[in-house]
Ligand binder design. Sequence first.
Ligand code: BDP
Length: 761
Amino acid sequence: MIKARIENDELNYIDHIFQKIKEDLTKRKFAMNDSIKGSIKEIIKPINLLTLIVIGSVFCSNLFADDGYRLWLRYDRLSDTQKLLEYKDLIAQIVVQGDSPTIQALKNEITTGLNSMLGVSMSLSSDVSLDGAVLVGTPKSSGLIAGLRLDDKLRKLGNEGFIILSTIVNKKKCTVIAANTDIGLLYGAFHFLHLIQTRKNISKLLVTSVPKVQHRLLNHWDNLDGSVERGYAGSSLWKWHELPEYKSPRYKDYARANASIGINGAALTNVNANALVLTEEYLVKVAALAEVFRPYGIRVYLTARFSAPVEIGGLQTADPLAPEVVVWWKQKVDEIYKYIPDFGGFLVKANSEGQPGPQNYGRTHAEGANMLADALAPHNGIVMWRAFVYDNNIPEDRAKQAYNEFTPLDGKFRENVLVQVKNGPIDFQPREPFHPLFGAMPQTPLMMEFQITQEYLGQGLCLTYLAPLYKECLDCDTYAKGKGSYVSKLIDGTLHNYKVTGMAGVSNVGSDRNWCGHPFAQANWFAFGRLAWDHSLSPEELAEEWIRMTFSNDEMIIRPILSMMLSSREAGVNHRTPLGLHHLMAWHHHYGPGPWINKGRADWTSVYYHKADSVGLGFDRTATGSNAVSQYFPPVSERFGNIDSCPENLLLWFHHVDWSHKMKSGRSLWDELCYKYYSGVDSVRQTQKTWNLLEGKIDQERFEHVKALLKIQLRDAIRWRNACVLYFQTFSKLPIPVDLEKPSEALDYYKKIDLKYLPGS
Ligand code: BDP
């Protein structure tokens, strides 16, 4: 007995050491191959316990090293013994039925995940024979699941939903993960792993989960030369020159990460598109990526350059109504489907920022989109046509142009076209009102475009948790069909009964070892995916989930990190563009402050947007100005249009406000502006202090990395604050309130800062 226990302990210890070795090796590779695992066990089995302790301690010294590669899929062994015992009781056997590539992926994930977290080595069983079995299957692939008669529950799950329930099978206590499809099972398996990763009670489970939105995509703005537009995490993940021969293991890990949060599509290329990706040379490469992603339920999409028929097709025109152009696209699409049978469709930026489009030929956006949609329809492909269009030559407020362009086209798009709308009417600013198109096109499915990459919110250098921004927009009431017409209900299709729905996030993933550059930027990828699946989740819940999976389940670690994350977006707004200010960033790279920018294309300057003068500050978008407020439904239009009811955090977006205007705090606009700028910086200081308290409690590697980045963040927050306050002071001619520290330098100093070679520009 005793001997057996020692052997068991030894084996467990071997597993523990193995876990540490694995953690170390995962710096180079996400998951360790089973045969290597076997050989290591063979080598270290005969070594006695003492030696193991010595070896173990060597690896344990590495306990705190973490380069972030594993994202939120760390599967570290539980250190809480009580919880471990509780889980071991409930998880003693894994029974997965079926054998498709998706099921193979699921089997790998669930065995690696559970064995690793529980420190055991269960292999897959073919039948439920123990209390604590985890049974995974669809009624089609598993007789056991079919026998459970879950039909009523399954009917509501569609193609991607799943249920997880605690029940009895073969007279044994069992956790069942069931779905109608294999991909539903994979999502269910990831969810089950999440429950353990976040230390939830799994004894009486009854979870039903169905995605609220159909197309949940990452939009990669990756160029074929390996650069990434607005990418701050190294170069592109897609190594085109190596494909199709070499498929980097990262592609699979990327797919795993996406599937674990419910993302089911990836547009691989930049919206500022290169037609080359549509040539055979590249399609075979795209097909290789699609093959890796397929088991994980991820379809690939490409950006279609509208002028491709001319650029790579040798035609004289790309006019969407020209018969030869129609034929060219049809043949091109048929060719794409030969390589990629489950190709998702096209994402198109047309007639915007110099991109070609149907208007070059006097055609409308609908005519352009429909031509592509007709080519894709026989293959069930979709077109995501971007509404991000504006033109400096149109004498109209940029914020109004997309609405003006698209609302007359409502109902004119084919059924497989979605119009993809950025969350706000300008361009991913730290804070924008929701886009007035939301609610204004009842007969056209509109999909959401959020930015995950932090173009205007600190890029790869600043900690900015974006779920509050996403949620703020999704929770807005458009009043399109009266009270309760939330943006979220529009996007999930329930408001206007859209047949097709979607949400896209401009990706922040790159070739950096930790995927997203800043260790906290991973949280934005995570939160985006989870919200696209279920927009009712709160930023707090999502942040907590992510922290538990990525850092620790210890409350002493969770609480401080949570407070840092939740305050970060508002801090970022306050030290850059408080009170509804927008587009004050430096020319070109968009990172630092540039409120003085007044040269070049007018709608790319800052003065166009802030309109500072001796009287006051802000863009008058009421009836006395551009009247952009009229694009919103009442009572939103009235609320925004009236200086007294306009939310103060959007005041200068909609109003030109006197410097002496009395704010809700009782202060003048000028004083309030100063206090906001200063509070933004104070908040970063607070974040630094909070982070410093975590030294020694989390791994040193990420601790040091974030600590250093926070130093940069504070330096740059101060630059933003000082530059903006000093610049606006040249108009207000008022003193900075006496209790606020004075900027250390004069305005000219900030104007001369000229950051070179910032990534992503
Ligand atoms: C802006 C970016 C620009 C993108 C554009 C877009 O600065 O690089 O091409 O959006 O969305 O935010 O097309």
